[in-house]
Design a binder for this molecule. Sequence first.
Ligand code: ZN
Length: 466
Amino acid sequence: MRYVNKMMTFMIVTRRTTFRLYPTPSQEVKLHYWRRLHKDLYNSCLYHRKTEYQRFGNSVSYYDQQNILPEFKECWTEYKELGSQALQATVKHVDYAYARFFKGLGGYPKFKSSRHYRGWTYPGISGWKAHTTGDNGYLELSNLGQVQMRGKARTWSVPTTCTIIWKQGKWYASITVNCEPQRKTNTNAVGLDFGVYHAVACSDGTIIDNPKYLANTQQKIEQASKKLRRKRSPNFKKKIKASKRWRKSRKQVSKLQSKVANQRQDWQHKVAAQIVKSNSLVATEKLNIKAMTRKAQKGSKRKQQKTGLNRSLLDVGIGNLTSLIKYKLSECDGIFVDVPLKIAPSQTCPNCGHKKKKELSERVHNCENCNFTADRDVAASIVMLNYALRLGTSLINVDVEPLSKTIKVAVMNLGDRTTQLRFAGVKLYSNHWTNTRQYHSNFNSTAPANSTTAIGALSGCLGYKR
Ligand SMILES: [Zn+2]
């Protein structure tokens, strides 16, 4: 029997692939110059919104700023070669930052230094062209030329957007395609239990442990951060500059940190791919990671134990691992079953269904009712599998959400910021407009007496900042 979800035979999804770029020295100079230009535009848009509100109580929308871009470019001609769509994307970026703020998801948008400004996006097909079939190739940027590109996409199609990213001294192009990914799978079904002692315990008895190399790199990070603490760190209030050595060792720490992040992501993808390769039905417990990794209560005797538990849970990144399994399953029409909490897999006997509460330290399941013995986590995963199998032919019923609804976006990207910049499907008008109004009325602001001209505000900031 193969578990196939008939509802989703055709599914076009967005997949993102990140290629490493190898610009020539002169190209790199230009890329950095462009990055700084985008940074200045970002800051001036922010400045425009901020001053316009503080001085006159006006709120500036994305469209207000977008419409003055042509005029702005006449004044600052160096922006002409960047491409108008890319400039609009940067203006939109400011809008996202405000939208996040108004929804209470983030703080008030900040001015950015060029050191922390990552890059820019081409939200449409103009301004760039990818000469590739998904396996290495060249990226052509207008007014820059061809840049060598290395990387491999799992499924390739016609590219839609491109984001240029500068990270850890390296350049990347993150390209999205709308494609129909295919993946091979098998007819098996499996239950998974994510835990602390083993990263993953499968119902067939396989146990996947936490990779050792993560712990090794973690140790190196601790050593490097200790070295960093011994150097002179910057203090703005006391007007102390960071020492050269401090900057150098901070670079080392962040390099190691990104290494650990890469290793973890790599491991997660491999494990998820391996699971999906041989199973088309995966059942696992609904996890409440936030509750699971809550800090130990003050004065609790098990504080250290709890801290270690949290760390190892977060170390594996279970939440991300499950979402990887989910989207990989969706590529092969597989089914993902969320086992409800009331089933209590870790307290139930997989053989006879007898329920008994176990202590965390009890590592072996030994049923007092039927004498069934198994590893604790394996037993739990068998319970989950049994639950999923009992659903039987009713799998497309209410208990199972079709994957196409739950997961649509690839998880492989360089963080939320790049995802936010993806223009496809994003509503241009978010709630923030109405929220802005509320925000204003809360402040009881008086009617605007006067207003700076928008172009003046934008250019004024630029002239001032540079
Ligand atoms: Zn039993």
